[in-house]
Structure formats: structure tokens, C-alpha cells
Write a protein that binds this ligand. Sequence first.
Ligand SMILES: [Fe+2]
Ligand SMILES: [Fe+2]
Length: 145
Amino acid sequence: MRITESLKIEHQLLRQMMDTMSRWMTEGVEPDKLRERAVMLEAAINCHAKREERQLYAPLNDHSEIAHDLVIMVERVHLEVRKLFEALADPTSEPKQLLPRIIDFTGAHFTEEETGLFPLAEKLLEQKALEADSPEASPHQEWDT
Ligand SMILES: [Fe+2]
Ligand SMILES: [Fe+2]
């Protein structure tokens, strides 16, 4: 399976997690509980982002100047989302304000990747680089910090 395809599947799973988180907010789950549950969402999003940075952003970054500029932009989104999760971890934070920002920002980012960056990567990168997606190709790296 191509990297872009497996990343899209991860987007779908993460969208489901974000939908569940939105539902908990509308159901009036307490801020502390929302913060606790958001840790799982953070881990899942971070795991996806790291794999994406390693397997897609890095080869694209080296490809050309235009690709490099795009990578800079999307990396900023990853950084911004990490900062929002950091802010959320503060016990005095307002999950009901921060979580919708994380969810909207991340959802829009996924759509941008699926409609812009992934098709570009499929055009620019060699088939070999796109297929380098087997777990054997990068053992034990998914959860590295
Ligand atoms: Fe991303
Ligand atoms: Fe992504």
C-alpha cells in the first residue's frame, strides 16, 4: 500500500476519534474528564504526524523548492496542534475552547493534505519512495518520542 493511502486511512480513524470527542463535549462531559480523554487523541494524532513527517514530508522536502515550501507550511500546522495539546494539558485550561480548535484545525489540515499534498507527493515522488511503507521498513519507530 502506498504511504499516502495508509495515511488517509489513519485520517479516517482520527476523524472518528475527533467526532467522538466532539460528542462528549456536547454531552457535557466534565473538563477534567475531557482533558484525560484528550491524551489518547493527542497520542494518536502525534503518532500519525510523526510517521507522516518521516515517510512523506522528509522525502518531499528534499525533492524541490516548491515542495519544500509546502512542507514548511504543513509542518507549522503539526507544531501548532502540538502546542494546543500542551496548552490543554494545563489543569487550568478550558477544554471546551481548546478542543474545538484542535479538532477544526486538524480536520482542515487532513483535507488539505488529501486534496493538495498527497496528490502532489504521488506525482513527484518515485514509486519506490511511496511504497516504502511496510512496518519492517521502520520497526519500532511509531512510538518513538
Ligand atoms: Fe499532517
Ligand atoms: Fe496527515
